[in-house]
Ligand binder design. Structure first.
Ligand code: ADP
Ligand code: MG
Length: 247
């Protein structure tokens, strides 16, 4: 685990608590995630996984505790000390997200969906669409850039969502049950794309999952129960299933 001399964490959480009325979603979480780690977060439904992901990524602020993001560009930000506008900018520029239902914009083509965050970050349309096309190609979607989400399969849509998350070159990619809505073969292929597109670039992945094969393909397994970390183990990542088939 964290006993060797290692690079400093990209993401550090200390003493996180978060309640919704009487429900304690996070009951004191400490976690340090280093660049290049792929962290699977598992736990029963309602144990606080999504809340943890949202706090780590600055989507919500905890009741207490701190989250610090130390980017590859050398900047350090205490997310928990920033206002919503500033957090939103950091999310857009430094973090990537893949949710269960890709959340693509239905009116835009696949290429435009991937280009959108790049343009929000200031890239010109042409450059953004070229970058988007390269990412779609590397995720096995060459030739599908002009299709709208409704013209793609569930697995293809999730690959577009992965391309969109990766295109901004984020410090950390967060995925919340990214394959939960897919059949298991498609899910394996999408997952393999997600892990390889993140880790092969030395980036960091935090993925909430119920799927043991997703967890096995990660370098670290964090188990959450009742808003706390129940166990945290380094592991040798299993080779993910083939990325080959696009369904
Ligand atoms: P998980 O992702 O592990 O299923 P969540 O983090 O979504 O768990 O939820 C943890 C607990 O907090 C659950 O009891 C859930 O009902 C509650 N919770 C989560 N989000 C909200 C919310 N916005 N309002 C009220 N309760 C919430
Ligand atoms: Mg959840």
């Amino acid at each position: 685990m964290n006993d060797a001399p290692l690079t400093p964490p990209v993401l550090t959480a200390r003493g996180l608590t978060k309640s919704y009325g009487p429900t304690r979603a996070l009951a004191g979480v400490d976690l340090a995630i280093r660049p290049g780690e792929s962290v699977a977060v598992m736990g029963p439904s309602g144990s606080g996984k999504t809340t943890l992901l949202h706090v780590l990524s600055g989507i919500i602020v905890p009741d207490a505790g701190q989250v610090t993001l130390a980017g590859a560009d050398g900047t350090r930000h205490e997310l928990t000390g920033l206002n919503e506008e500033h957090r939103a900018r950091l999310r857009r520029e430094r973090l990537g997200f893949v949710f269960q239902e890709g959340l693509l914009l239905p009116e835009l083509t696949a290429r435009e969906n991937v280009a959108m965050p790049l343009m929000l970050n200031g890239a010109h349309r042409k450059a953004a669409e070229q970058t988007a096309a390269r990412w779609l190609e590397s995720l096995g979607l060459a030739g599908m850039g002009d299709r709208r989400p409704g013209e793609l399969s569930g697995g293809q849509r999730q690959r577009v969502a992965i391309a969109r998350a990766q295109a901004v070159e984020p410090d950390v990619v967060f995925a919340d049950e990214p394959t939960g809505a897919l059949d298991s073969d498609t899910s394996d292929a999408v997952l393999a794309s997600l892990i390889s597109s993140t880790v092969s670039r030395g980036r960091t992945l935090v993925v909430v999952t119920h799927d043991p094969s997703v967890a096995a393909a990660c370098s670290r397994l964090v188990r959450v129960r009742d808003g706390r970390i129940e166990s945290d183990t380094a592991q040798r990542p299993a080779q993910p299933a083939s990325e080959g088939t696009v369904r």
